[in-house]
Write a protein that binds this ligand. Structure first.
Ligand SMILES: Nc1nc2c(c(=O)[nH]1)N[C@H]1C(S)=C(S)[C@@H](COP(=O)(O)O)O[C@H]1N2
Ligand SMILES: [Mo]
Length: 330
């Protein structure tokens, strides 16, 4: 993601951005123009916001979705320290490269066809299963969990996901003894997903991610079918996406169409593209810098009405050491 994703701009030296020129130049130019008070019509590329976010706005329509209720708010997963990110911000600052290379893909992602939907679960399992949209929302007890969310680009949010623990899928399909890993495959259709639109004609679509099976069985590992009490908006990866709060955000594959249990570790999207920048494990760790920027702090996008952030310290496993520390050796 780093070719066109922005590491925090203030950490970049001029010579570091040359290879990412198309993206950074565009963003910098826009920032300069904005600084000069240029009109809101060019705002979408910047992740900033204005007229598009008011009540009834096009953005808001993307998250005026049916409620998924009644939903139990799981008291074990509340956030003590940080306030919830406002939905306005969470829904317009996204990564979903199938629909574009900027943060403002909320509009283009509306092209994602989510109904009907089929999720196939198979591979090394005793009971392969296929779930349709109804099954995804009604087979498992849905609950709300408030999780911290940390992107490898050093921004973060606090989000109220609605869904069910990944363990429920393990129980339903019963992986065989050979199953050691799992792979998630995201929706991809060249006629619908334009991709980031520059630089990389040969990106390894579809987007795939994976875990060790013990990681998937951890209580924190979650499939979200909703957020803020309602169905998942398309830009967040409707109708079902992975949420792994102790790992960098890119591990959380969106709009999953296939889950496969495997004997071997699968190739994953960013790890295949840039193995020295994005690992398979990808646990949040403030002491392990990305090769091109520090991971010690993060820009927390919180409760404000407009896109703004507060610097926070990044915590080991994103603050979930108690739950997942036992899975790893540091
Ligand atoms: N299919 C797919 N899943 C994806 C991505 C993507 O580009 N495509 N981006 C990842 C990254 S880098 C992040 S930070 C999160 C962003 O999730 P959000 O937009 O819902 O906050 O989705 C992850 N899942
Ligand atoms: Mo990310």
């Amino acid at each position: 993601m780093s070719f066109f994703i922005h590491p925090p701009a203030w950490q970049l030296r001029e010579h570091q951005v040359t290879t990412e020129s198309a993206y950074f130049t565009r963003r910098r130019m826009l920032k300069t123009l904005l600084g000069l008070g240029v009109s809101a019509s060019i705002l979408p590329l910047t992740g900033c916001k204005s007229a598009q976010t008011g009540p009834g706005s096009e953005l808001e329509q993307t998250f005026q979705l049916p409620a998924l209720g009644p939903i139990r708010k799981n008291p074990e997963f509340r956030e003590g320290d940080r306030p919830l990110t406002t939905q306005n911000l969470a829904s317009q600052y996204n990564n979903f490269y199938e629909f574009g290379g900027t943060k403002s893909i909320w509009k283009s992602a509306q092209a994602l066809p989510t109904d009907p939907w089929t999720l196939e679960v198979g591979g090394r399992v005793k009971n392969p299963r296929t779930y349709d949209l109804d099954d995804l929302r009604n087979t498992f007890d849905l609950e709300e969990r408030i999780y911290r969310f940390r992107c490898v680009e050093a921004w973060s949010m606090v989000l109220p996901w609605v869904g069910f623990p990944m363990r429920k899928i393990i129980e339903a399909v019963e992986p065989t003894a050979e199953a050691k890993f799992v792979r998630f495959t995201s929706f991809y259709d060249e006629t619908i997903t334009p991709g980031p639109g520059f630089h990389f004609g040969s990106l390894p679509w579809p987007y795939e991610e994976g875990l060790r099976i013990e990681e998937m069985a951890n209580d924190l590992a979650f499939f979200a079918v909703g957020i803020y009490g309602k169905e998942l908006p398309k830009q967040h990866g409707a109708p079902i996406r992975a949420v792994l709060p102790w790992k960098y955000g890119f591990k959380g594959a969106k709009s999953i169409v296939k889950i496969e249990f495997l004997a071997e570790q699968p190739a994953t999207y960013w790890n295949s593209l840039m193995p020295n920048e994005y690992g398979f494990e990808a646990n949040v760790n403030p002491e392990k810098p990305h090769p091109r920027w520090s991971q010690a702090t993060e820009r927390f996008i919180g409760p404000g009405a407009t896109l703004d952030w507060e610097m926070k310290e990044t915590l080991l496993y994103n603050g979930y050491a108690e739950q997942v520390g036992g899975l790893y050796q540091l």
